[in-house]
Design a protein around this ligand. Structure first.
Ligand SMILES: *Cc1c(COP(=O)(O)O)cnc(C)c1O
Length: 362
């Protein structure tokens, strides 16, 4: 592979080199068919095999039983799911609970207001989303509880899922899809854009309990109905074929690493390297997540006590061959996104840079 920099982008983001190599080969020719993956019909046998393999693998990697769960390949990103979840599961007057642990969760709640009576069940906004809000009780008759498993902008993550009793749990997993082992069977429906940790932009991965989908509203346009995707195995219309292909390659890579348990161990190690460095150099650096047990394995966020030095640190990172460290425009500071494929050497390089900068300026 040609020259690679350390890409800390929050998404689209770094993918395994072996996946990129194989995808490049597939763009040239797929399965000796004399056609590129970009050229084959979504109804042809080459794509059919890729599609079926990705469905099976996604459920297997997440530890979900294919008789109970379906894997769906949709489009429109998590942003479309913000609308689609309530469109499918809420009717006027019906209640759903939203735990607002970050900006994305707030957006999800906002979209639900078009369809029913969503409630903000808990929020950490008053604390600038510096921790996961843990205490809440689902409203009586709630159709579902919606959470954001990893807060990409703020750098917090759920490690213990909330106890929602019998109420279906729905999750936006965009930025920690395939990042750690969980009991995914606790989710009635979990969605995420592939572009953070699993593949290119263009496909939205949804896993859903079939019995939950059976309760969905039927009086909505077909293209927005989860059941249309379930009944047609995500081939109702043309799926994002290339994106599904690359997701399949990434799933193979995850399995080759030893599955989610092995991937999580590496992710924990990488994140600890960075958090330990920041903690040792506090107060020069100010990690923004106050509750250490909520710190994201994927997105590490911090500020400088002296904010006037931030442009200089950013410039130093560019010089050191790093990109994508500027914090989200809504919060400023720094964010290192260290998804599954981000190399440990890059995390070490950043830790060295942080130490060196603090020594020179602190
Ligand atoms: C990136 C992100 C989104 C938005 O995703 P799109 O695919 O761009 O719509 C939503 N939620 C979370 C947690 C994200 O990280």
């Amino acid at each position: 592979m040609s020259h690679r920099i350390y890409n800390f982008s929050a998404g689209p983001a770094v993918l395994p080199e072996s996946v990129l190599e194989e995808a490049a080969q597939g763009v040239r020719e797929i399965n000796g068919s004399g056609m590129s993956i970009l050229e084959v019909s979504h109804r042809g046998k080459d794509y059919e095999a890729i599609h079926a393999d990705a469905e099976t693998r996604l459920l297997r990697v997440l530890g979900l039983d294919p008789t109970e769960y379906a894997a769906l390949f949709m489009q429109g990103g998590a942003s479309q799911q913000f609308a689609q979840v309530p469109q499918n599961f809420l009717k006027p007057g019906q209640v759903a609970d939203y735990v607002v642990s970050g900006d994305w969760g707030a957006k999800a709640l906002g979209e639900a207001k078009f369809y029913g009576d969503p409630r903000e069940a808990a929020s950490s906004k008053a604390d600038k989303y510096s921790h996961i809000p843990k205490d809440f009780t689902a409203s009586a008759g709630s159709r579902y509880v919606h959470i954001t498993t990893n807060n990409t902008i703020e750098g917090t993550e759920y490690f213990v899922l909330p106890d929602v009793g019998e109420t279906p749990l729905v999750a936006d997993m965009s930025s920690d899809y395939l990042a750690l082992k969980r009991d995914y069977g606790k989710f009635a429906l979990a969605y995420g854009g592939a572009q953070k940790n699993v593949g290119p932009a263009g496909v939205t991965l949804v896993v859903a309990r079939k019995s939950f989908l059976a309760t969905a509203n039927a009086d909505i346009p077909k293209i927005y109905s989860y059941n249309t995707f379930l009944e047609n195995r995500s081939l109702f219309n043309t799926p994002p074929t290339f994106a599904v292909y690359v997701v399949g390659l990434t799933l193979k890579w995850v399995e080759a690493q030893g599955g989610l348990g092995a991937v999580e161990a590496v992710n924990r190690h990488k994140a600890a390297l960075l958090y330990n460095t920041l903690d040792l150099l506090t107060p020069f650096y100010q990690p923004t997540v106050t509750d250490k047990s909520d710190r994201s394995l994927m997105n590490v966020t911090w500020r400088l006590a002296d904010e006037s030095l931030e442009p200089e640190l950013l410039a130093a990172s560019k010089k050191a061959g790093m990109d994508g460290l500027k914090g989200h425009r809504s919060v400023g500071g720094f964010r290192a996104s260290i998804y599954n494929a981000f190399p440990e050497a890059g995390v070490r390089a950043l830790a060295d840079l942080l130490r060196d900068f603090a020594n020179r300026k602190g």
